[in-house]
Design a protein around this ligand. Sequence first.
Ligand code: TYD
Ligand code: MG
Length: 423
Amino acid sequence: MVEQVDAKKTSSTAKSSRFTGYAGQDSKVVKMDKVDLSELPRMSSGLSELDRVLGGGLVPGSVVLMGGDPGIGKSTILLQSLCKISETDSVLYVTGEESLQQVTMRAQRLGLATGDFSLLTETQVEQITTQALMQKPKVMVVDSIQTIYTEMLQSAPGGVAQVRESAAQLVRFAKQTGITLLVVGHVTKDGALAGPRVLEHMVDAVLYFEGERDGRLRLLRAVKNRFGAVNELGVFAMTDEGLKQVKNPSAIFLSKYQDPVAGSAVMATWEGTRPMLVEIQALVDTSHAPQPRRIAVGLDHQRIAMLLAVLNRHAGIATYDQDVFANVVGGVRVMETSSDLALVASIISSLRNRPLEEHTVIFGEIGLAGEIRPVPNGQERLKEAAKHGFKRAIVPEGNKPPKPFDGMEVIGVSRMDQFIQLI
Ligand code: TYD
Ligand code: MG
């Protein structure tokens, strides 16, 4: 059951109506070429990886939702970003979870310089907007939306109605004042933002902070962005001194071992606007279950089943009595079809228990007819691999560069059987 506000009779609606900017008296139709764009320049968030995910920085007056599991580092990244911004602009950190001392101590422990940095511990949204209006910060953080409530509703903070209503008020406030707002939202166990996705359509950008809780790596991903591309990936490492930006993620995602092992292949994936080398691992083992298992971590299950069928049909390699496990090293998710070739290579390598040739990068899409299809941005992927010392690349014929590639042999394949022969 979701509690709804009756807009007509609550007196408190009138109180906060100064923020309802939708049906105001001054609304009028404007020609597109007359729209004033002077206010749009972006400001840096102080962290280039965060800027990258935002599509080039924070847009004034925009509202960004930062989602993620508790303890993943949402407060940390925003604190680091705000401290950096506070050197040039005024910022306000509203916390409903931590005390002023906790936040300040963390900033000090991380050695963050603070300039014009204000703090507020408050959980009532009306109070927050009133205080923020007096403070007039350039950028404001609300940590977290689950602790915020509005006096218009009787229900407890954290509920769907409270989360939605408080967020709506904050969004209106940001739009009308031009204050850039970053809102933290905890994700529930099933992966949905608590107050199930009710916030996603209200805000301008939704970022997810993810990663293994015990691992060091943290990935920041945009799932919605009104001002830039989605699927852009920012990479951070959690250290004793807070989050460190990882400028060269390829180096981290390749696992380091001395001798080549069976069941592992390196591919070049494309994340947003940059290539990244990741390692795909497969383990194929005799199945004792009536239904052989196909388990994928960081890859699409359905796709594995499909590729195994193609493998059987077009290369005569049967896996119906085998369990197949696949994993992308480093907790990365690869949802691109360009992983097909590398995945198949690692499956065959594990099945035959023979490592693939070293220093080889493989990418390409496999079609149902056993054909190998080109993928976007082939050149950039090859360049990234060459940069990391790869000597050989197996790619779709259509991705083969017209000119020879310096320092790397590029082999084009167009059919599944040809590819299997080759590896
Ligand atoms: P936090 O930003 O408080 O998480 P969230 O706001 O998403 O709930 O991050 C907390 C975790 O990060 C905590 O478990 C410890 C770890 N951490 C470090 O390892 N190093 C650090 O310098 C900081 C500040 C936190
Ligand atoms: Mg926190």
